[in-house]
Design a protein around this ligand. Structure first.
Ligand code: SF4
Length: 326
């Protein structure tokens, strides 16, 4: 059984431009279907504004989908802040991007790591103190750092505190939203390696959100590429990064520093305004491979003939003419 299942999940926000502007609907996430298995990592990658963070919030039940369903361990996700949801939150935790923002500057490291145990009524004071000591060790912090405050720690140490706090209740699922993007490259590798080790020890399922393809490739067992609220390619990370099928995924891979930039066109232009979504394939104004069908028809994510790669692209599917194979 999957740990987490998103089935055709959509999320729409109402947006108003200026004081008197008319409200318009912004489709942040559209018909996204994803699964996370115990002990495995699904990497979700895409540019800023592609809907990956909203997907993470939907996965944690912090937001309610406007369409589709979210299931955690075979159960429908309860409404946010309901008693059932608060109980479930002990089993699914968020690791956010900005550790300083996520931590309370007035509380010691030990107090912050113990906080989820207090909230969920786990253990007595002595048991919580023992658990905090173990968690510090598990994330590579020293016992004497328990008494420190966030401002006295480095960025990497703060992210280790955030991680220890997320692990305190023994979660089955971690949703990591750009957890290393605020860190130096050398520290990023340490935190990614730590997450890999902790996952192997505890069989935690992870939804790992990042704009950084190198990090996604390093940590993921499965990868989903998102563009303007939709998953446009999904598969094994080695296969997707070695031979991306969707023109957007090709451009992302080409843009990896030191990667394959010489072989493929690098992505031009900015993503379109989600409130003014292009017709047909949302990528068509930027796509070097676009054909007339792309402006008229939204491509569906489905297995590509031949190798079964999941891709939402008329041309990659060999269906570039309306109703005809290319
Ligand atoms: Fe490009 Fe058309 Fe494929 Fe969209 S459907 S990615 S516009 S070729």
């Amino acid at each position: 059984m999957s740990l987490l299942t998103l089935d055709h999940v959509s999320r729409i926000y109402a947006m108003r431009r200026g004081w008197l502007g008319r409200a318009s609907a912004v489709q942040a996430v559209e018909a996204v279907s994803l699964t996370v298995q115990p002990g495995r990592t699904l990497g979700v990658v895409g540019e800023s504004g592609c809907g990956k963070s909203t997907t993470g919030r939907l996965a944690l039940g912090l937001e309610v989908p406007d369409a589709g369903t979210v299931q955690f361990a075979g159960q429908a996700m309860p409404p946010p802040n309901s008693a059932a949801w608060r109980t479930l939150r002990a089993r699914m935790q968020l690791v956010p991007q900005d550790p300083l923002g996520a931590l309370d500057r007035r509380l010691s490291v030990a107090r912050q790591i113990a906080e989820p145990l207090t909230i969920h009524g786990i253990g007595d004071a002595g048991e919580r103190a023992d658990r905090v000591a173990m968690l510090l060790q598990d994330v590579g912090l020293r016992a004497d750092q328990a008494a420190r405050y966030p401002h006295a720690l480095s960025g990497g140490q703060r992210q280790r505190v955030v991680l220890a706090r997320a692990l305190a209740t023994g979660p089955d699922l971690l949703v990591c939203d750009e957890p290393v993007s605020a860190l130096d490259v050398s520290i990023q590798a340490q935190i990614v390696n730590l997450l890999v080790d902790l996952q192997a020890q505890r069989q935690i399922g992870m939804l790992f959100i990042s704009h950084d393809l190198r990090v996604i490739r390093q940590i993921s067992h499965d990868v989903a590429v998102m563009y303007l609220g939709r998953v446009i390619e999904r598969g094994d990370p080695d296969a997707v990064f070695a031979d991306p099928a969707h023109p957007y995924a090709q451009a992302l891979v080409a843009a990896i520093p030191g990667g394959r930039g010489g072989r493929r066109a690098v992505l031009q232009g900015d993503p379109p305004n989600p409130a003014d979504r292009p017709t047909g394939c949302a990528f068509h104004p930027r796509c070097p491979a676009a054909v007339s069908r792309c402006r008229a028809e939204v491509p569906v994510l489905k297995p590509r003939p031949g190798d079964g790669r999941l891709v939402a692209c008329h041309v990659a599917q060999g269906e570039s003419e309306l109703g005809l194979a290319a």
